[in-house]
Design a protein around this ligand. Structure first.
Ligand code: NAD
Length: 489
């Protein structure tokens, strides 16, 4: 059964049979065999064999392949959209206006950025030497991605690695492998040499951990939950391999008393419900000035009540299902425990009775700072709200989390905005907005949200090594510094 991609061709693997399920219906959309641990060895060997040719290709040649890939992805946009919606249940509007064009734009960005890789200017930092810096491909990259934005997460890891001259083995989440496989097939059509990009559709516990701990890779990049990310880092550490981790989030959404209330309400609904709340940067903790609190809660509840839940392929649908019945049950269980800890469910808080794993948009007010729904990642369409007394209290609450991926501050006061952007501990702080990303700018967190960057020129740092070349410019055999070691020959 063709289910992985290795050496530029489909690979029939012999692991357990696996069905990709449409979470909006519960119906299977594809059946494949998962990869095995033995396939990990083969995929790493394939990437290793292809590395030298790709790493020594000129930037212009690598750029041409990526530019062609962007063009072919555009031509295949409908296929990517159909696969992404079927395997994740995300609304077709989101896939059409965000996932797929965002992915294509990222490829186009790196097609350009591939030609801008430069070392620092060289110079004589010692009187007797010229120093220069070479930035070289780090080698074979192992990448493990989650199910929430399968195509975008694959693109964010794979494309800067390819632009830098690395070869890649990627393991997408077993729930959502389809668009990653299509990406690899189309990359070959774009001229990517065989073996430079390999896809293994295995489970995390065996194939994922074998890949993360494989001695033959040079760097391990991961997007997923904090718990698994730490396990991945431990596996990579056995060989001393570099890691880059994009992990969970619990983004604060701080509404100061001078904020445009209507904008904050719209932003909170959009920011918390995007991708059914299965977004690492989603607004999850609204922290609202006491004098706006009641109006904010009423306004968010009203907008949430108008959200259209339904068939993800219907262009009018705002909210699709959660990724699986198991995940829906986890979200439902967390929300059901919230009242025991003081939370007031203002709207939602229930499973939607229709086939598939749907859950209602949910607003929980008055949550306690120590409650589970306030502290832990829910990864569902759930926004919690608390009030604050003054700016110090607002910023204290915003930072009262182990996570640090994203945050937003809503204010018309430039000094407040500046202070929030300085003092909130996160990889991204939006002012009067929440969610937008752009290929030129980095994405990545601090603390339990991980380290390292996706997107933008900054992501190259994950895929390049820095080599210092120091050349003697005296031409003399008896160099001045030798006298430090010995005086006479
Ligand atoms: P997850 O951690 O369960 O799985 C992520 C990937 O790791 C999957 O491919 C899975 O098969 C694999 N995996 C599982 N166990 C493994 C192991 N022991 N060794 C190696 N690989 C293993 O995450 P998920 O449920 O797929 O995704 C949701 C999580 O991802 C959330 O926590 C979310 O915040 C996070 N996320 C973060 C970002 C970011 O940029 N920071 C982006 C998207 C999602």
């Amino acid at each position: 059964m063709a289910s992985s991609w290795l050496g530029g061709a489909s690979l029939s693997t012999s692991g357990p049979a696996h069905r990709v399920i449409n979470p909006a219906t519960g119906a299977p959309v594809a059946e494949l065999a998962l990869a095995t641990v033995a396939d990990v060895d083969a995929a790493v060997a394939s990437a290793r064999a292809a590395l030298r040719g790709w790493a020594t290709a000129t930037p212009a040649d690598r750029s041409a392949v990526l530019a062609k890939l962007a063009e072919l992805m555009e031509a295949n946009a409908e296929l990517f959209i159909a696969e992404e919606v079927s395997q994740t249940g995300k609304p077709v509007r989101l896939a059409t206006e965000f996932d797929v064009p965002g992915s294509i734009d990222n490829v186009a960005f790196f097609a350009g950025a591939a030609r801008h890789l430069e070392g620092k200017a060289s110079g004589e930092y010692s009187a007797d030497h010229t120093s220069s810096i070479r930035r070289e491909a780090v080698g074979v990259v192992a990448t493990i991605t989650p199910w929430n934005y399968p195509l975008q997460m694959a693109i964010w890891k794979v494309i800067p690695a390819l632009a830098a001259g690395c070869s890649v083995v990627i393991k997408p989440a077993e729930l959502t492998p389809l668009t990653t496989l299509t990406l690899a097939r189309i990359a070959k059509e774009a001229g990517l040499p065989d073996g430079v990009l390999n896809v293994l559709t295995g489970a995390g516990a065996d194939v994922g951990s074998a890949l993360a701990g494989h001695p033959g890779v040079d760097v391990v990049t991961f997007t997923g939950s904090t718990d698994v990310g730490r396990r991945v880092m431990a596996a990579a550490a056995v060989h001393g391999h570099r890691t880059q981790l994009e992990l969970g989030g619990k983004a604060p959404f701080v509404v100061f008393s001078d904020a445009d209330l209507d904008a904050a309400i719209q932003g909170a609904v959009a920011g918390s419900l995007i991708n059914t709340g299965q977004d690492c940067t989603a607004a999850t903790r609204a922290i609202v000035a006491r004098d706006l609190y009641d109006d904010f809660v009423a306004g968010v509840a009203e907008v949430m009540s108008k959200i259209v839940v339904g068939d993800p392929f219907d262009a009018d649908t705002d909210l699709g299902p959660l990724i699986s019945a198991a995940h829906r049950d986890k979200v439902a269980a967390m929300v059901s425990r919230a009242p025991d800890e003081g939370g007031r469910i203002v709207t939602g808080g229930h499973v939607i009775a229709r086939p598939g794993s749907f859950y209602a948009p949910t607003l929980i007010a008055d949550v306690d700072e120590n409650s589970e729904v306030y502290r832990n990642e829910i990864f569902g369409p759930v926004l919690t709200v608390r009030s604050f007394t003054d700016d110090d209290d607002a910023l204290r609450q915003a930072n009262d989390t182990e996570y640090g991926l994203a945050a937003s501050a809503w204010t018309r006061d430039v000094y407040r905005a500046q202070r929030a952007s300085r003092e909130i501990n996160a990889g991204c702080v939006w002012i009067n907005d929440h969610i937008p990303i752009i290929s030129e700018m980095p994405h990545g967190g601090v603390g339990a949200s991980g380290f390292g960057k996706d997107m933008s020129d900054y992501s190259f740092e994950e895929y390049l090594t820095i080599k210092h070349v120091m050349s003697d410019i005296t031409g003399v055999a008896e160099k001045a510094w030798h006298r430090t070691i010995f005086t006479k020959r």
